[in-house]
Design a protein around this ligand. Structure first.
Ligand code: ATP
Ligand code: MG
Length: 338
């Protein structure tokens, strides 16, 4: 065997192994060679087909140009939901006559998905920045309005019509303050302050702050907290998580119902679920509920779940929502981190 033959056999072995897809076509665009990666991408029996068949007659002019001597690079085509990138160049024989073309293809679907998730992150970061700016601009005038109204309220008798209006105004200011607080919480990028915390304590202390409201709405809480639920978390952030979940459950139940909270160790994670017996989450909005500013409530801001989502992400955990026979259930998994 001459040296050239050894090299050629090597090259054909290499073409079999490389993850890049390669097609060789003759000058009539019949596929005469396809490496395993190309077959995986385009189907096993492609060698008996033509380029036009595979590309459904699209990009014909591009391949015609290649067969006339042009090199094309980094074109894209979408086939059956698969985004394929390709480059092609003519193949010449010893007399410099074009005998066909070689085409290199690459599945870009995964790259496109990464690209989309990056863009989504960028959008969310921009939204966060805008939110922080807006919250800051609203907070100061709001504080001035509140102080002014509180001052004016002194001139009204307790049960007068004017005093009732003042109460309504102060109530609405309170609501705006909460929205601004939520916006700041959503936008804040403060570093987490993690320590060894028992999530049982987080749940118990948060429930204490809801005692009054739970009684008013006739809501029972059942707890199934098994063993120690110790993990490395930012305590304040986890209180926010439980608070926002409880608020949603209370809003979903409205009156007379049950909330079930369970917690247990699962391998190296802590799993917490919170279930209510309210109306549940309509299936068509399930994919959107963690988006910032998504709300179905008349007086909602739509930041509660997106704040939770961000916090859980910062703890390398996951949160999922689904529906039970009655009501919604949220499942949080946080790595113990110890
Ligand atoms: N327990 C639940 N039961 C039914 N639907 C829910 C529940 N939790 C959330 N949702 C749905 O998800 C949406 C988004 O919730 P999220 O907490 O982010 O915002 P919000 O409660 O509407 O407003 P905010 O929390 O800012 O006051 C809600 O408007 C509601 O439609
Ligand atoms: Mg909410």
């Amino acid at each position: 065997m001459g040296q050239n033959e050894i090299k050629l056999s090597h090259i054909s072995e290499i073409l079999k192994c490389i993850p890049t897809s390669l097609l060789i076509v003759d000058k009539n665009k019949n596929i005469i060679e396809a490496n395993p990666s190309a077959k995986k991408l385009l189907g096993k029996n492609i060698e008996s087909r033509t380029l036009d068949e595979i590309f459904f007659g699209r990009e014909q002019d591009i391949f015609d140009k290649v067969l006339q001597g042009e090199i094309i690079q980094r074109e894209k085509i979408e086939l059956d939901n698969t985004l394929i990138g390709f480059s092609a160049s003519p193949i010449y024989d010893n007399n410099s006559i074009i005998t066909g073309a070689s085409i290199i293809l690459r599945d870009l679907t995964e790259i496109r998905e990464i690209d989309e998730s990056l863009r989504r992150r960028e959008r969310l970061a921009a939204l966060g920045e805008m939110t922080a700016g807006m919250a800051h601009e609203i907070r100061n005038p709001l504080a001035a309005i509140k102080a002014g109204i509180e001052y004016l309220s002194r001139d009204f008798k307790d049960d007068s019509k004017g005093y009732n209006y003042i109460k309504i105004i102060l109530n609405e200011i309170g609501r705006l303050e909460r929205i601004v607080k939520d916006m700041v919480a959503y936008a804040s990028q403060r570093p987490s302050n993690k320590s060894k915390i028992d999530l049982k304590d987080v749940i118990e202390t948060t429930l204490m702050t809801f005692q009054e409201q739970l009684r008013e709405q006739d809501i029972k809480v059942k707890k199934y907290l098994k063993g120690e639920l110790i993990c490395m978390v930012d305590e304040d952030e986890l209180v926010t998580v439980v608070t926002n979940l409880l608020l949603n459950a209370l809003e979903a139940i409205e009156k007379d119902g049950t909330i079930e909270i369970s917690g247990e160790e699962e391998k190296n994670n802590i799993k917490i679920t919170l279930k209510d017996d309210g109306g549940g989450i309509p299936e068509d909005i399930l994919p959107k509920i963690f988006n910032p500013f998504f709300t179905t409530k008349h007086r909602g801001t739509g930041l509660g779940l997106s704040i939770i989502h961000r916090i859980i992400q910062n703890h390398s955990g996951t949160i999922n929502a689904s529906n039970e026979k009655r009501g919604a259930i949220f499942t949080i998994i946080i790595p113990k981190g110890i």
